[in-house]
Design a protein around this ligand. Sequence first.
Ligand SMILES: Nc1ncnc2c1ncn2[C@@H]1O[C@H](COP(=O)(O)OP(=O)(O)OP(=O)(O)O)[C@@H](O)[C@H]1O
Length: 606
Amino acid sequence: MRRLNQAIRPAAALLRRAAPRAILVVVVAQLLAGAAATWAFLLTPEVLNQLFGAQGGIASLRLVLPAIALLLLVYLVRMALDAVTAMAKAHMGPKVHRAAEEALCQAAVGVDLASFDDADFYDQMHRAQMRGVMHMEGATNSLVEALSASLAVLSASIALCWLHPLLLPILVLALLPEGWAALTAAQVQYAGMSVTIDLSRQLEMMAELATNRDAAAEIRANQAQPYVLAEHHRSALALQQHLVALGLREVRATTLGRLLSSLGLVATFAALGFMLHWQWLDLAIAGTAVIAIRSASLALGRLMQVSHDLFEKTLYISDYCEFIDKAAQRRLAVGKLAAPTNPQLVTLDRVTFRYPGTHGPAALRDISLQIKAGQTIALVGENGSGKTTLAKVIAGLLQPSGGSVSWDGVPLGQIDPGSLADQVAMVLQDPIRWPRSARDNIRLGRYDRADPADVALLDAAQQSRAAEVISQLPDGWETLLSREFSGGHDLSGGQWQRLAVARGLYRDAPLVIWDEPTAPLDAKAEHAVYESLRQLAHHRTMILITHRLASVRNVDCIYFLERGAVVEAGPHEALMQQNGKYAELYNLQSRLNGLVGDVQVAGGTL
Ligand SMILES: Nc1ncnc2c1ncn2[C@@H]1O[C@H](COP(=O)(O)OP(=O)(O)OP(=O)(O)O)[C@@H](O)[C@H]1O
């Protein structure tokens, strides 16, 4: 019961929230159906008595007809009530599914970015999404079934008790073995469930790899098909063997239960025979008792099946609920203050950051710096030195593990994340490829921006050279950019990046962060992007992350990172004079690649 409760309570709460009217209809209809069933049982002895007493011939049958008609009417009412229940149930399932899915999405988008780097949390979120929502909907259906079956058992019990109080213990005698068998089978399933889930997840992972569009090219290029198939086969075989073993144990339990149930039935008939013999009840009541016991036994079978289903869903539902709770806790730790509009000074004081669940050196170590409004700074350094992490900390997307980040003296922990994000435009290294139209892909930079004549949209597309890409699409701005839907169209990596740059430009925020914005771009597009940056830099604070050191020669300050720490900082000339790591890397790049064309930023060359 304790385990069942873990599934019943949250499913019932969601049901009450998502479909209160439907649940009211179901409860009322089922109570009335239960009352109708009891009435039908009470009418049955009367009908049987009249039938047994009839002498034959039309005349005596006519006498029985009103009682039969009444019984038929009661059955019809019951059928109508069951139909009403089924209709309410048809509303319930989709409503509960929607509510569960919406709660999950709301929880997922509400948590801080670091939560996505917490492997346990991320894993739980996916379990909740893949199975929790589905089982939540299933559990609400099971609840309705459980209510209907319980009321059927109750109505048979009341009728039997009414007809003769001794019939109640006989009913218990008939039902006990069946109940025991169903519970034992459920326990067998429950005991093996965590292994079932584990094996299913491994299998799903391999099936996902085999069918995933993003993985398809690499699997073929690396000739990894045999590996994928072998791993899939290994997981599938393990799951199959586990399920067969579980099924056989369940069959043993149910067979024993059936055997006991048959013994219970024999005992029931013996008890009825005994009562008939001593004339404690007449034949019509004994006949009704057989019908009622049969009906109660079928209902109990249904109840046990439903409980069994609920048992199976318990783990998934607990997992779903736990995720929603955890997400709410991660959401609570946010500030309430509004972010300063156009912050004049961003200060980092001895900031450290460690990704959740990681060991070894922290991703950022003891970083202190200041960025004034209107400045352009560059973060440079080798792969994995912490540039992207630092940019996310400055933007308030990641909370430092130590030290503090403040905007105009207000610690970011006290600022509402929404208002903080409002001040930042961030173009990331691997931007999201929205499976939406080309228009939406840019407008999603700030989807609620008023731009009735598309002036800002066209401007952003022009500056990033995304306009050229869009003009070649079959449906122009309205082309769906996803091959996963029919009629969809895909872009090259560089074309996607142009759209991402356009999105960043369209966002139009006072603090702009560009993380390798031009890496996959061709020379012309790169030139166009730096032209846009030059214009942007006049009245914005810019943080530029790049490996092309020639691009950052004239920014206000360059921060050179190494293993999470700033090891050199200053303008290009100063760093070159220092002749340290930056100078070494700069000279190396110059020798290897030659310098890229100079681009003007903030009045100087970039
Ligand atoms: N989500 C994450 N979870 C755990 N560790 C991470 C995560 N993202 C980055 N790291 C680690 O943090 C360190 C800094 O990563 P970061 O992405 O900030 O480097 P970067 O300088 O931007 O690298 P690149 O030039 O390759 O983009 C690296 O050691 C990386 O392995």
